[in-house]
Design a protein around this ligand. Structure first.
Ligand code: SFD
Ligand code: AMP
Length: 635
């Protein structure tokens, strides 16, 4: 067997991941742990300074409620999220983050994040909830805060968390391996905070060939949160709610600044504004078609209708928007200055968070003030923190509930999943969309505080079955052994009867998802029969995973990332299959159930893999409205 030393780490709270939620958790946990003499350990598969979704930086903070300035109320935010997700949201979770998120943003500013200011010293808003930042170093900055709080001696980088460890029906820790050294890690913990992001490259991406690997959400988000919680036996929710963002085509530059800050239109190839020409379609989608802003999936859908009719390409009218703003200035000198300013803001928007979009502009001689740029719907992503909703089913807070919701949504510790001791935040927790970077950090703080409270209430040391650990070690390192043993069986190491390389497994998964589960290649359309066939093929892929081969540490990471992604894929298919309606056209369309069905399906779809039987358990969970709607006044 591959010669890996076993390293045992005993801790109280194990934070898995080093992204926005995990750094928030580290800052908060350090504070409470010091008071109670508890140990907190953070493990990231990469280097925290540039790991996860915010690696490249961001140009906006997308959740800021502005409670103190009376700009908005918590109910306003809850309504916004409820409408955007076509009625499917946990209002207790959304509100809990919304009431704390402003304080997080103020901390970011204190730590040195430059937030744009207007002439009066107020924040410059991109839209109602979004603030503009100079955010190239956003991640470095929050990582620094986490490191200062926790101390480097409690942070382990470049270790890939692979599997949960259980003590009967509660969590006992996790195992993983170093991606640099021959070390296998066994973490024993009283509570584990899962914050390992969402999942990318489950579906075939639009970028193939020379562009392969590019995506909007980062490829390093590879389904670890979903896998970990599923394998621990946690109930999951909204696993059918994928996110398909509209992005600048081919390099995935975000559109928010263009739509909201620059107030740009998007038009089809004939110059028509599809939001206007296709507006009648909105009436088909219950009351959600009439809300403002139009839900993200419906905005996608109105655009896709034109694409399917052959009315593409679709353009972001950057030249028109810039002209309109600069021409509002009467003085030619002021106008020229404004034009320069807008031009540099446009480039910075991409340079702050999607550098390759700026490169693509340069490479295609695109000056945004002169010509429009193509936009397109991306491949589907799993991201509980943006406009998707997939993740673990977690307890809400005690105090934001009504009688009915308290029964279904509260089991003692905010952010705790249905398996005792497992806490989730950011992309890892479901049904609380629109947290983004600031809300994920905030949820990490909430989860960490609750996890430490749980540890104080449950002091017993976790019992770990050492025989089980030995088995896991053998299984996790097996791809290295398989490769070493058999690599000379053929002349090309990629084509070998004894093993499958992770990249080949990736192509197979992506082809299955694209063709059977509604990817780009099928215009996001699927049906019961297609899904059933997809499930059969996923089953075979999972069998073949026993034969994954890996040449080195890095490829071992790739191998396990594929296993993780595939579990996300399977729970997605099972959840779309279970929900017999089309609720989010523009995210996916069930051709055999083409309408929304408020009477039967205004519910959460939950999925659980039973670790004892290996069976999947699907269920409906009620949606409780805790906050009112504007017309009824505030509750
Ligand atoms: O414009 C393991 N996001 C935006 N949020 C904003 O607030 N403003 C924006 O401008 C945003 N935009 C945006 C965004 C993301 C991206 C990629 C782009 C643009 C191009 C969204 C936020 O970034 C997102 O909501 C949060 O980052 C989510 O936080 P979290 O913690 O759930 O995920 P993470 O930050 O990616 O961190 C994941 C961590 O887990 C590690 N990890 N560690 C150990 N073992 C394993 N097996 C692991 N697997 C993963 C990762 O290394 C990482 O540290 S805009 O488009 O809307
Ligand atoms: P994006 O760059 O698309 O991720 O958008 C950033 C933020 O702006 C997110 O909160 C989006 O939900 C929001 N947003 C983007 N486009 C629009 C739009 N056309 N109308 C309303 N909100 C939008």
């Amino acid at each position: 067997m591959a010669d890996f030393q076993t390293v045992e780490v005993k801790t109280d709270l194990l934070i898995c991941g080093g992204g926005m939620a995990a750094t928030g958790a580290a800052v908060e946990a350090a504070y409470w742990a010091k008071q109670h003499g508890l140990k907190v350990t953070l493990v990231d598969k990469a280097a925290m300074d540039r790991s996860g979704a915010v690696a490249m930086g961001l140009s906006a903070i997308n959740q800021y409620v502005g409670l103190k300035d009376g700009q908005n109320t918590i109910q306003d935010y809850v309504e916004y999220v409820r409408n955007d997700l076509m009625g499917v949201t946990r209002e207790d979770l959304v509100a809990n983050i919304a009431r704390h998120v402003d304080a997080t943003v103020h901390l970011f500013e204190k730590w040195g994040l430059p937030i744009w200011k207007d002439a009066k010293g107020g924040y410059v808003h991109e839209g109602r909830w979004q603030l503009m930042i100079n955010g190239e170093s956003y991640k470095v900055l929050v990582a620094e805060a986490a490191k200062n709080a926790l101390g480097m001696e409690n942070i382990i980088e470049r270790v890939f968390i692979t599997e949960p460890l259980l003590d009967d029906d509660k969590i006992a820790g996790a195992v993983g391996f170093s991606v640099r050294e021959n070390k296998f890690y066994v973490f024993k913990a009283k509570a584990v905070l899962v914050s390992m992001g969402g999942a990318v490259h489950v579906f075939k991406p639009r970028s193939v060939g020379e562009g392969l690997g590019r995506s909007w959400y980062p490829p390093f988000n590879s389904g670890a949160s979903a896998y970990f919680t599923l394998r621990a036996g946690c109930e999951m929710t909204c696993q059918e709610v994928r996110f398909i963002p509209v992005r600048f085509k081919d390099a995935y530059g975000p559109v928010g600044a263009w739509f909201l800050l620059f107030k740009s239109r998007a038009t089809n190839g004939l110059g028509e504004d599809y939001m206007k020409t296709n507006a009648d379609e909105l009436k088909k989608w219950s009351s959600y078609g009439g809300v403002k802003p139009v839900p993200a999936n419906l905005r996608n859908w109105l655009m896709m209708i034109d694409v399917m009719k052959g009315k593409g390409p679709v353009y972001m009218r950057t030249e028109e928007a810039i002209k309109k703003i600069s021409e509002a200035e009467q003085d030619p000198k002021v106008r020229a200055k404004k034009l320069k300013e807008l031009e540099s803001e446009a480039w910075e928007d991409f340079l702050d968070m999607t550098v390759s979009q700026a490169l693509l502009w340069a490479a295609t001689n695109t000056s945004p003030e002169e010509k429009p740029s193509e936009i397109a719907a991306c491949e589907p992503y799993f991201i509980g923190s943006h406009s998707g909703a997939s993740g673990a089913w977690i307890s809400g807070p005690a105090d934001i509930q009504n009688d009915a919701s308290k029964k279904d949504y509260f089991w003692g510790y905010p952010c705790m999943a249905t398996v005792p001791g497992v806490f989730c935040a950011g992309d890892a927790s479901g049904a609380s969309s629109h947290k983004f970077s600031s809300g994920s950090f905030t949820e990490g703080r909430i989860a960490a505080k609750a996890a430490l409270r749980y540890i104080l209430d449950h002091k017993e040391e976790p019992q770990v079955d050492e025989a089980e650990v030995a088995k896991l070690k053998e299984r996790i390192l097996r791809p290295l052994d398989l490769f070493t043993q058999h690599k000379n069986a053929s002349t090309d190491a990629n084509i070998n009867p004894h093993y499958l390389r992770p990249k080949q497994a990736m192509f197979r998964l992506q082809k299955i998802m694209d063709e059977y589960a509604g990817g780009v290649g099928t215009q996001f359309t699927t049906s019961r029969e297609l899904l059933l066939k997809g499930l059969e093929l996923i089953g075979m892929l999972k069998t073949d995973f026993e034969k994954l081969g890996a040449e080195d540490h890095h490829e071992l990471l790739r191998a396990w990332e594929m296993v993780h992604r595939t579990w996300q894929a399977e729970s997605h298919i099972r959840s779309i299959l279970f929900r017999e309606e089309t609720r989010w056209p523009g995210y996916y369309f069930r051709a055999d159930k083409p309408a929304i069905d408020e009477a039967n399906w205004k519910v959460f779809v939950n999925a659980r893999w039973n670790p004892e039987t290996g069976d999947w358990e699907m269920s409906k969970k009620p949606i409780h409205q805790i906050f009112g709607t504007k017309s009824e006044g505030h509750h």
